[in-house]
Design a binder for this molecule. Structure first.
Ligand code: GFB
Length: 301
């Protein structure tokens, strides 16, 4: 078995992927080239799954654009370059469903990534992630490295960042709904509830990544998606039901809706792994909420 390193090892996806070596922020600062280079020189991982990223929901993406751009560009550039320098044979890096242009025909497929500007709400993060694709294509051409990237849709699951303001919709709402239930308060939800998202369970992403890093070598980023759209309103209803919240919902129309939809084409992963069963969103949410209640207040927030 190849010696595998997972970056972002304490995060939602990284913690669910088996590895010989997992590193989090405290083990190696991926924004510091000297630290990354020294780490790779010492450990010489043969396989790298690079999940580490500065991530957040629509609010964080709108209000911390400089940090999202800089931190992600530095981490990605450093990890991919250190892997090349120290002989890593296989590397899998994550793009994100927001890399696609805002104005583009649906369904989204990897050919369309660079066809136009991303949605304004998360353009800094999206451009930083697009550069992963650019770097990997460049390294493929110049150095012959078959490093790959994947594009998961909206991931949720245990061990997510449950920050009330800066988190993604699922963890933020689970946390807010839990607090509203405990305190007997109303639950505030952002936007109109109409936007659509394709939610994917973190453990599915982990399993697919585990497979892809050793079996997929193509230059084209591989989309991880159920291709099933769920509205924010439907998502809220499931969270409310699973948390047994009986209070009132307050829709905050002054808060952003973000991109209206981003339906993606999952035909490639379906043809590569025809027997793979995606976790139904209700089941995944149930597991996530059980995990949250069991681990509260020691959650990441
Ligand atoms: O998870 P989220 O922030 O990601 O979801 P995006 C935003 C949608 O959920 C919007 C609604 O339609 C919001 O109006 N929403 C409702 C809420 N209540 C809440 C809440 O309490 N918190 C949050 N965050 N949303 C991110 C990108 O966009 O998706 C990232 O900004 C990344 O770059 C990620 O690509 C996958 O899908 O809008």
């Amino acid at each position: 078995m190849a010696k595998r390193l997972v970056t972002g090892g304490t995060g939602m996806v990284g913690s669910a992927i088996p590895a010989d070596l997992k590193i989090g922020r405290k083990d190696c600062n991926l924004g510091d080239w000297q630290a990354v280079n020294a780490f790779f020189e010492k450990e010489k991982p043969e396989e790298v799954i690079h999940t580490a990223a500065k991530v957040g929901g629509v609010w964080a993406n709108m209000h911390q654009k400089g940090d999202f751009f800089r931190e992600n560009v530095l981490m990605n550039t450093h990890v991919i370059e250190a892997a090349r320098l120290h002989g890593t044979k296989r590397l899998l890096a994550f793009l994100s469903t927001c890399v696609f242009p805002d104005q583009v025909s649906y369904p989204l497929d990897p050919q369309k990534i660079h066809l136009g500007p991303p949605h304004r709400s998360n353009d800094a993060y999206a451009y930083a992630k697009r550069m992963v694709d650019v770097q990997l294509q460049a390294y493929r051409e110049q150095y012959g490295l078959e490093y790959i990237s994947v594009i998961p849709t909206n991931i949720y699951g245990p061990n997510d960042l449950f920050d009330l303001e800066n988190g993604h919709v699922v963890p933020a709402l689970i946390h807010r709904c839990f607090l509203a239930r405990e305190k007997g308060e109303d639950l505030s939800v952002w936007g109109s509830g109409k936007p659509l998202r394709e939610f994917i369970f973190s453990e599915d992403v982990a399993q697919l990544s585990d497979w892809a890093v050793s079996n997929y070598t193509e230059a084209e980023p591989l989309i991880f998606s159920t291709s099933e759209e769920v509205s924010i309103k439907e998502m809220v209803e499931m969270i409310v039901e699973l948390l047994n919240f009986k209070g009132k919902l307050i829709w905050q129309s002054d808060k952003p809706d973000g991109q209206f939809r981003k339906p993606s084409d999952n035909s490639k992963i379906r043809s590569l792994l025809p027997n793979f069963q995606f976790t139904p969103v209700y089941e995944g949410l149930k597991k996530t909420i059980s995990w949250f209640e069991e681990n509260y207040p020691q959650i990441r927030k």
